[in-house]
Design a binder for this molecule. Structure first.
Ligand SMILES: NC(=O)c1ccc[n+]([C@@H]2O[C@H](COP(=O)([O-])OP(=O)(O)OC[C@H]3O[C@@H](n4cnc5c(N)ncnc54)[C@H](O)[C@@H]3O)[C@@H](O)[C@H]2O)c1
Length: 255
């Protein structure tokens, strides 16, 4: 069953990790996809992979921290495909783990600007189109770190906790337009981002292995684990859900 037939989707951070897997899966499910990423080459490669397989996609070089760039990626999606039904505000950066007293203010600001302001600007730029869709759906990538504290991640926690409340606020704001907004909280997942949390703390491979051993289900999440939940939230399968936070955590938050 194709879940996104005749839908138009925009995915930020679409050039790598969850966003890349999501762009390909959303296109496989019938959506026309705008692959937006600050890394223009990666976005183009993903869009080419989709079109080579017979799907519909465009690539847009976009910086989610930048107001004009967000407006541009939405305008180009609507120009190319005639509307916008699904937005996955997924782009983000890691915080290399560090004690708060050793962290420069500029690093806190960089993480908040991309992870939090970036989600807010993406959803602000998409708001009119999603409300006009009649069945709009936005998905926001938070993290287990948006709800559970761990040492060395104070800025990342702030950035990911804030987007849960952006989700809830917009769920209330957009409900009269049948535009939904839900949030996903992935546990440590096997993407290019994961080792960057451990920069300068030791052997990243060993530290990634330690993360895995802390997950009750005994493995890291895969991009597919995350994309399957995003697909569900993007589609009418979740038509009665808005403002929700879905934990894709392998049991971490239950234990
Ligand atoms: N991998 C994990 O363990 C994990 C766990 C929980 C949450 N997350 C979150 O999932 C999301 C996706 O991460 P991923 O693991 O796929 O990482 P990734 O590094 O593979 O992909 C992130 C993408 O975002 C893009 N990006 C970064 N800054 C951007 C900007 N300013 N504008 C536009 N694009 C930008 C990057 O170029 C990259 O393509 C992030 O928000 C991350 O915080 C990741």
């Amino acid at each position: 069953m194709k879940l996104l037939e005749n839908k138009v989707a925009l995915i930020t951070g679409g050039g790598s990790g969850f966003g890349k897997a999501g762009s390909i899966a959303f296109a496989d499910h019938g959506a026309a996809v705008c692959v937006a990423d600050i890394n223009a080459d990666n976005a183009a490669a993903v869009a080419e992979e989709i079109t080579a397989a017979g799907g519909r996609a465009i690539a847009v070089a976009a910086d989610v921290a930048d107001e004009r760039s967000c407006a541009d990626m939405v305008a180009r999606t609507v120009d190319a495909f005639g509307g916008l039904d699904v937005v996955w505000a997924n782009a983000g950066v890691a915080q290399p783990k560090r004690a708060i007293e050793d962290m420069p203010l500029a690093e806190f600001q960089r993480i908040m600007t991309i992870n939090t302001q970036g989600v807010w600007l993406t959803l602000r730029a998409a708001a009119r189109a999603l409300k006009a869709s009649g069945s709009g759906s936005a998905i926001v990538t938070s993290s287990v770190s948006g709800v559970k504290g761990r040492p060395g991640l104070s800025a990342y926690h702030a950035s990911k906790g804030a987007v849960i409340m952006i989700t809830r606020g917009l769920a209330a704001e957009w409900a009269p337009f049948n535009a939904r907004v839900n949030c996903i909280c992935p546990v440590a997942a096997d993407t290019p981002m994961l080792p960057t949390f451990f920069e300068s703390l030791g052997d990243p491979k060993e530290l990634v292995e330690k993360s895995r051993s802390n997950i009750p289900l005994g493995r890291l999440a895969t991009p597919k684990d995350i994309v399957d939940c995003a697909l569900y939230l993007a589609s009418e399968m979740s038509a009665m859900m808005t403002g929700s936070t879905l934990h894709i955590d392998g049991g971490v938050l239950a234990t």
